[in-house]
Unconditional design. Structure first.
Length: 254
């Protein structure tokens, strides 16, 4: 995708990587619409950054997605980029159903059904634009599992394969499919992650992502250097060692 001149909708863009990307994309001449559940946060973003539009959306709620999509397209018919940012990550204990079932259902609803429903809401419109992009968000944990987050790992592995498959299906359209593959980044995704020294600083991550978009506009995956340790363990032949290192380094594997 191009680094500038786009109209970008980022559901899940009210904090962490999503908000940081929203600000960075705005600075580079894109029109950005941020979506999120918390109206007070949306109001604060709109007040602090009046150049950014906001829309309420709960990506775990199909009705909310449908309503938000209509609002976004009514206000921004030139929309050409959908960045499916919303996601949750929860530690689980799969020894007993009470340790994981509710969490797993929530993770799959938000991390997998959410992007699927978002794509369903926008894919026909995006095909009417001469140059459009769907940006999915997987994780290094799609390729190397973190022991304490089985559902998150699985949801992101599914997003990776969904991205690969959509890229093939939409090859006959104007819509590109780009997969953003973050490592652990200092955000509020998990308790303690914002201050975890093993996680990548948010500003450093976003700066590298923006550089990659600018210098590799045809990339299918956006991979910062830090994620390649997890991304390519199997290809390098050291997968078992990568799994061991990830799960030994920190209680959250960061």
């Amino acid at each position: 995708m191009d680094i500038t001149g786009n109209t970008v909708f980022i559901p899940g863009g009210t904090s962490g990587i999503g908000l940081a990307l929203a600000l960075a994309l705005t600075e580079r001449g894109n029109k950005v619409i941020v979506g999120g559940r918390r109206v007070a946060v949306l109001e604060r973003i709109a007040a602090d950054h009046p150049e950014i539009d906001t829309v309420p959306i709960d990506t775990a709620d199909p009705g909310s997605i449908e309503t938000a999509a209509k609002e976004v397209l009514a206000r921004h018919p030139e929309l050409n980029v959908l960045l499916t940012m919303a996601g949750i990550m929860t530690a689980e204990d799969w020894h007993r159903p009470e340790g994981f079932l509710a969490s797993a259902e929530a993770v799959v609803t938000t991390n997998l059904l959410g992007p699927i429903r978002l794509i369903a809401a926008f894919v026909e419109h995006l095909q009417t634009r001469p140059d459009a992009t769907i940006v999915t968000v997987s994780s290094g944990l799609a390729f190397t599992p973190l022991k304490v987050t089985p559902s998150y790992n699985a949801s992101k592995a599914a997003i990776h394969m969904l991205s690969e498959s959509l890229r093939l299906q939409l090859a006959d359209t104007s819509v590109k499919v780009v997969e953003l593959v973050p490592p652990s980044v200092r955000t509020p995704l998990m308790p303690g992650q914002e201050t975890n020294e093993h996680a990548m600083p948010l500003e450093e991550f976003v700066d590298e992502v923006m550089t990659l978009i600018e210098t590799q506009p045809d990339a299918k995956e956006i991979q910062v250097e830090r994620v390649k340790f997890l991304r390519y363990g199997e290809a390098r032949g050291d997968y078992d060692q990568v799994v061991a290192a990830l799960n030994h380094s920190d209680p959250h594997g960061k």
